[in-house]
Design a protein around this ligand. Structure first.
Ligand SMILES: [Zn+2]
Length: 336
C-alpha cells in the first residue's frame, strides 16, 4: 500500500526519540517493546492505548471456587492452574512489553473535554493529547522490569491504582520536557493530523497487528498436569473439569502482519511481517535475557476473564488451601 502512513512504525520511532530525551524514561530499551495496533472506531467508547507486560513470573498454583451465599460453604472449585504469559519474539528480540493503540480511534484523540485537559491549559493544540497518551503508556513500564509500574507513596507503600498519586501530572511534566528538548518536528508531526487527513492525503494508515486478528498475546491460565492435594476440609468439593482452550505460548514474526485500518473496518495488506527499524541507540543497550516459558503478564488496563459463566467468583481462598492470582477478577482503571 504505497503512500499509506505506517502508524505503528511512526509511534515506535517517536517512542525511541522520547526515551532518548526524557530522563525519567531513559531506562526503557525500545528493542524490548513492541508497538501494535488494535481496531477501534472513531468516537466509540474504549481505550486509546494499553500497556501490556510480559515479564512477571508465573503465579503460584491456585484455583477458582464458588461458595453458597447463605452458608458460606464452598460448593465447587476449578482444577489447579497457574497463570503465565506467552513469549513474544519478534525482530529477533524477546519483548518485555507490548503497547497497543486502537486505530483509527487514536488518530482523532483530542484534548478537549478529556481528563488531561486541565494539565495543558496553556496549550491550544489538541494533538498534545496524543503525545500525552504515548508518554502515559511508556510511563507504565516498570524501571525494575517487574510488570506494570506501581506508584510509590511517601510511606513506602504503593498506590492501589496504576494511575494513583500524581501519575497524570508527572506525565504532563514529561510531555513538556520532551517538547522543551527541541525534538525534530518531523518525528512527531504525524500526531498533528486527524484520521480524515491521512485518508485524503496519504490514502489511509496501516499498522502492525497480530494474527489471527483481532487476537493478540495475552496472559493465560494453564491447568497443572499434576494436581496438588487439597486441604481435607475441601476434599469433597466437586471439581469442575478444565474447559479453557489451549493458549498460544509463543508468538514470532510469522504471527504479525501489516493491516489497513479504515473508518469502519480493517483488513490485512501483507502476509509477511514488516520489521521496524530502530535508531542505533535504541538497540545498543544490554539486553536482559528472559527465560522462555517462565513468564506471565498483567495488563494495566485489562480484566482477566473470570471463569464460571457469570456465577459468583471469589478471588480469595477462605480455606487457605489455594491462592488465586491477585489480579484475577479485579477491575483496573479505564485506559486513556
Ligand atoms: Zn494508563
Amino acid at each position: 500500500m504505497p503512500g499509506m502512513v505506517n502508524y505503528t512504525d511512526r509511534l515506535t520511532r517517536l517512542m525511541c526519540d522520547i526515551v532518548a530525551r526524557v530522563p525519567a524514561l531513559s531506562f526503557i530499551n525500545m528493542a524490548e517493546v513492541l508497538v501494535f495496533a488494535r481496531y477501534g472506531r472513531i468516537g466509540s467508547e474504549g481505550a486509546f492505548a494499553t500497556c501490556h507486560c510480559l515479564n512477571l513470573p508465573t503465579t503460584e498454583p491456585g484455583y477458582f471456587f464458588w461458595r453458597d451465599r447463605a452458608s458460606g460453604q464452598m460448593t465447587r472449585r476449578s482444577e489447579w492452574f497457574v497463570t503465565k504469559s506467552p513469549v513474544v519474539m519478534v525482530d529477533g528480540q524477546v519483548k518485555k512489553y507490548l503497547i497497543s493503540f486502537t486505530l483509527p480511534r487514536f488518530c482523532d484523540q483530542s484534548l478537549s473535554r478529556s481528563r488531561k485537559e486541565k494539565f495543558y491549559r496553556r496549550t491550544t493544540d489538541d494533538w498534545i493529547a496524543k503525545l500525552d497518551t504515548v508518554i502515559h503508556e511508556l510511563y507504565h513500564i516498570d524501571p525494575g522490569s517487574n510488570g506494570i509500574r506501581r506508584i510509590d507513596r511517601v510511606d513506602g507503600t504503593c498506590e492501589a491504582s496504576y494511575h494513583g498519586g500524581d501519575f497524570f501530572a508527572r506525565v504532563a511534566v514529561m510531555v513538556q520536557q520532551y517538547l522543551d528538548s527541541a525534538p525534530s518536528p518531523e518525528i512527531y508531526e504525524f500526531l498533528r493530523h486527524d484520521f480524515a487527513t491521512f485518508e485524503s492525503r496519504d490514502g489511509g494508515i496501516v499498522g502492525r497487528a497480530f494474527r489471527p486478528f483481532p487476537s493478540y498475546p495475552q496472559r493465560f491460565m494453564e491447568r497443572l498436569e499434576i494436581q496438588p492435594a487439597c486441604d481435607p476440609a475441601v476434599a469433597g468439593v466437586p471439581i469442575d473439569p478444565w474447559r479453557h482452550r489451549v493458549s498460544r505460548v509463543l508468538y514470532t514474526d510469522d504471527d504479525v502482519h501489516l493491516r489497513h485500518f479504515m473508518r469502519d473496518t480493517s483488513r490485512a495488506v501483507s502476509q509477511r511481517p514488516r520489521r521496524t527499524r530502530l535508531p542505533r541507540h535504541a538497540g545498543s543497550r544490554q539486553n536482559v535475557s528472559v527465560s522462555v516459558g517462565l513468564q506471565h503478564s498483567a495488563d494495566a488496563h485489562e480484566t482477566f476473564g473470570p471463569v464460571g459463566r457469570g456465577q459468583m467468583l471469589d478471588a480469595h481462598d477462605a480455606a487457605g488451601t489455594g491462592r488465586v492470582d491477585e489480579r484475577v477478577g479485579t477491575k483496573d482503571d479505564a485506559d486513556v
